[in-house]
Write a protein that binds this ligand. Structure first.
Ligand code: SAH
Length: 494
């Protein structure tokens, strides 16, 4: 039993934007047995933790209680000593662990208690948060230093030396100052800082909900309402604030400030969510449908053994491709068993999934509908050709009704995810765009909503004509429809 080998990593998770996590931080998260995390940590990071990793939240509780530093220290200690095997413990903090993060105190405590530790610096909000608001902390022509100051005004029982702070020409950055904006500004003005000095207050920096208010020391308090200045907030004071006009890249992104509800199956929507984030939008996930593969699918197994009697194999979704190929492999085959068979897909995502398996689709219709796919197959198929269609249960059998010799095999089914009904109803209140990428998503979403209403200001966006038909069937108004039935096209109409 060598408990001394447990190791604690004091890790900075960056200011909020998930992608500002460092590679080293990500490595730590992935290998951790225990992650002890704070309020300001972007929870998406935690998805990278391995199965079975113990996640312990020590930030603010709904009753505004914070776990005391002593308790956190003792928790680190007890986790390091727990069990027979040495553990990897990650203490995950917002921004950088040594910038007002009490990381140094935790390091001292671990050292004193002979626990091995390492600190992984993070991207601090003091610099990066302002960067995302278009404010550089230094600039050759405007500011040759920056000063990061706590906004807790009686730090260690001492009042700040406002006279000295007011004289500094460099950029002043206050952290933890949201509730004390008034006092900070008044103290600086009272000690002679020019009233027209530019000031910015940036809340939820680097997040899709980022808000920036710009003014002067004299007017900022009138401009910003108390309720708008919620933590976490950064306060930047100095000439560099004026550079925002040129440098504000983040808030200028096409979907910045927009809340976009995504109604796809959980394992399908990650691509759309990534794209929305890359365009600055806030994706709100609604896993209305879950994909359930049909296990021990004997029917599919039989058709795979009989593949040589088919001339065509047609896939209607990326899920279908993946499940089909899993089955092939499970049965000891590989893609060579498909030689000589023409393969068709219903759209570009399905084609992409197929390409991942090393196969280029022979047939991809120009418009991504079942009807167009059937027409495309009909162009080359002979009367006697046999067509295998692995598909989702309870979906429209367009191919079977328009083409000859079609064998359909159900390989998965989509089922409702109802656990999040209340969250969905709450989120709809702040949603700008409600997006649907398939008919089944519409049906499932409406079923999930039940008697609940879609608020009037929510704009509905559809991926294509078939989905639109289903939406209209519920007497809902469509704001826009994608030009071609792809996620990119859907996002571009926004
Ligand atoms: N270690 C952190 C700071 C911890 S103190 C860092 O390096 O960023 C907590 C304060 O940091 C908050 O009160 C706020 O002033 C600031 N802060 C952290 N993340 C922020 C964000 N995303 N937006 C605005 N302010 C943030």
């Amino acid at each position: 039993m060598n408990k001394m080998k447990s190791k604690v990593y004091l890790v900075g998770a960056g200011p909020g934007d998930y992608k500002l996590l460092t590679i080293k931080a990500l490595e730590c998260i992935k290998k951790a047995d225990v992650i002890i995390y704070d309020n300001l940590v972007n929870k998406s990071c935690l998805r990278e933790a391995k199965d079975g990793c113990e996640l312990i939240y020590v930030g603010k509780k709904p009753n505004h209680h914070i776990m005391s530093q002593d308790k956190i220290n003792n928790l680190l200690l007890s986790k390091a000593h727990e069990g027979e095997e040495p553990k990897i413990i990650v203490r995950l903090k917002g921004g950088d662990p040594y910038v007002f993060g009490r990381g140094a105190e935790e390091g001292e405590f671990l050292h004193k208690n002979n626990i091995l530790f390492e600190t992984v610096p993070g991207v601090t909000s003091a610099i990066a948060g302002l960067c995302y608001a278009g404010i550089p902390v230094t600039h050759r022509n405007h500011s040759s230093s920056f000063h990061v100051i706590t906004g807790h005004l009686k730090a260690n029982g001492r009042e700040h030396d406002w006279g000295t702070l007011a004289k500094i020409n460099g950029t002043l950055v206050f952290l933890m100052g949201a509730r004390n904006l008034h006092t900070i500004v008044n103290n600086l003005i009272a000690r002679g800082k020019p009233k027209n000095t530019p000031i910015a207050v940036v809340t939820s920096a680097t997040m899709p909900t980022q808000k920036t208010v710009i003014s002067t020391l004299e007017h900022i308090c009138a401009k910003i309402k108390k309720e708008e200045c919620n933590p976490p907030a950064l306060i930047a004071i100095g000439d560099v604030v004026s550079l925002r006009d040129s440098l504000n890249f983040y808030e200028r992104q096409p979907l910045f400030g927009k809340n976009i509800m995504v109604t796809r199956a959980t394992n399908q929507n990650s691509e759309m969510i990534k794209k929305i984030a890359d365009m600055g939008g806030n994706a709100i996930e609604v896993p209305t449908i879950k994909i359930n593969k049909i296990f021990d699918n004997e029917e599919l197994g039989r058709e795979i053994n009989n593949l040589q009697k088919y001339q065509y194999l047609i896939f209607g979704s990326a899920n279908g491709v993946n499940i089909f190929f899993d089955k092939l492999q499970e049965m000891g085959y590989d893609s060579r068993i498909l030689h000589g068979i023409k393969i068709g897909v219903s759209g570009s995502q399905t084609a992409k999934a197929l390409l991942h398996k090393g196969i280029k689709a022979d047939i991809v219709p120009k418009t991504y509908t079942q009807e167009a796919l059937a027409a495309e197959i009909a162009k080359s198929a002979k009367q006697t050709d046999r067509i295998l269609v692995p598909k989702a249960k309870k979906t429209r059998g367009v191919l079977a009704s328009t083409l000859n010799n079609v064998t359909e095999v159900d390989i998965y089914e989509t089922v409702m995810e109802t656990s999040q009904k209340e969250t969905v109803i709450q989120n709809l209140k702040i949603t700008d765009y409600l997006t649907f990428t398939s008919s089944s998503a519409v049906v499932n979403f409406m079923e999930l909503l039940g008697s609940g209403d879609i608020p009037e200001n929510v704009k509905i966006v559809s991926i294509g004509p078939i989905t639109s038909q289903t939406i209209l069937g519920y007497n809902l108004e469509i704001y826009k429809e994608a030009e071609v039935s792809t996620i990119d096209s859907l996002l571009s109409v926004l």
